[in-house]
Design a protein around this ligand. Structure first.
Ligand SMILES: *Cc1c(COP(=O)(O)O)cnc(C)c1O
Length: 354
């Protein structure tokens, strides 16, 4: 039986995508070859890469606006480093909203001065700081749109004249934003777009070329752009499956259509968290993520019972991140509303039986 998969990443993808990808593993485009054994320079794969890149820009509404998309390797974690390598000349501004933001800050410090404009560490990253100033002389401002571990999400982004850079790993393609406000967006595929092994980077080309240091080839955005994301062998399979997921999203009606579903799923779960006395939300209500909902039991003694109930209901991946504990329900694009209903039913069942 298919599980209700709440895993935070790698995560659930559409069943249709799994089916098509398994077919392509045996015979890709009726070529008599598997997607796993073709050349990355073959026309069949170059078409996949180009479709993945153009679908990304199309879904984000960034076509014809000076942006290009890349599918790189090394995860979002390598972007922590690449962003600074390519863009930090003297000083950069960062918002610290949790572990991933802190890791980005750590890497940036290797390249220059880092001004942490605000942090929510005082309350274990359970909220998004709202009041801060971004220095006008910084090379860029970096933030994390959705904090996967804590379940907080930025609803508003600051207006600034310096380049705006965002780690959107866990909410890319999940909600409408004016993406043209951002100059560089990156996202590890495995949270909401595809399998592990590739990272989407969307860059406004005109922000590059400002730093004086020499940049090694594999870390150089300009070189990857010039080579159409094919400087070396890309993650063929991960890019292919990401492309299928982007096609699925486009057929569904794009980001605005999926956002409506995501909001329904989140509203259903948060309302149970709020009305059920056995559960407590972890984050500030106004900063709740529609992707990752974090909550705890009000009585630790119920843990064993609750855990066995949700496992029996076919639910997978509900444990909170090891640094926070409690529970985390990751409701990425491909998770159906029915799966959320199953979880809510288990939660209200627990209340009835407790
Ligand atoms: C998971 C995650 C990362 C790290 O991604 P990797 O691809 O494993 O390097 C970075 N940022 C956010 C917001 C994440 O959720």
């Amino acid at each position: 039986m298919k599980k209700h998969n709440y895993s935070a990443g790698p995560c659930i993808l559409p069943q249709e995508v799994f089916k098509e990808a398994s077919q392509a593993t045996l015979d890709f485009n009726n070529s008599g070859l598997s997607i796993l054994e073709i050349s990355h320079r073959s026309k069949d794969f170059v078409d996949v890469m180009e479709e993945a890149r153009s679908l990304s820009l199309e879904l984000l509404g960034l076509e014809g606006k000076g942006y290009k998309a890349l599918f790189l390797q090394g995860g979002a974690s390598l972007q922590f480093l690449m962003v600074a390598y390519n863009l930090l000349e003297k000083k950069a501004a960062y918002l610290n909203t949790g572990t991933w933001a802190a890791n980005a800050i750590k890497e940036a410090k290797l390249f220059g001065e880092v001004d942490v404009v605000a942090s929510s560490e005082d309350k274990k990253f359970s909220y998004i700081p709202k009041k801060y100033d971004i220095p006008a002389d910084a090379d860029y401002f970096h933030c994390t749109s959705n904090n996967t571990i804590y379940g907080t999400q930025m609803k508003k982004f600051p207006a600034t004249r310096i380049p705006l850079i965002c780690d959107m790993s866990s909410d890319i393609f999940s909600r409408q934003l004016d993406f043209s406000k951002f100059d560089l967006i990156y996202a590890g595929a495995q949270k909401n777009m595809g399998p592990a092994g590739t990272t989407l980077v969307v860059i406004k080309e005109d922000i590059l070329g400002e730093v004086s240091r020499k940049i090694p080839s594999m870390l150089n955005y300009k070189l990857h752009l010039d080579k159409d994301s094919m400087y070396n062998t890309p993650s063929v399979y991960a890019v292919y499956v990401s492309m299928l997921t982007l096609r699925w999203l486009k057929d569904l009606g794009g980001i605005s259509a999926i956002e409506e579903q995501n909001k329904k799923k989140a509203a259903l779960l948060y309302s149970e968290i709020d009305i059920n006395p056995l559960f407590k939300g972890y984050t500030a209500v106004e900063d709740r993520s529609i992707m990752n909902a974090t909550f705890t039991l009000s009585k630790e003694s119920l843990k064993e019972r609750f855990d066995s109930m949700w496992k029996e209901a076919g639910i997978n991946g509900l444990n909170g991140h090891r640094s926070v504990g409690g529970y985390r329900a990751s409701m990425y694009n491909a998770l159906p509303l029915e799966s959320v209903q199953i979880l809510v039913d288990v939660m209200s069942d627990l209340e009835r039986k407790a």
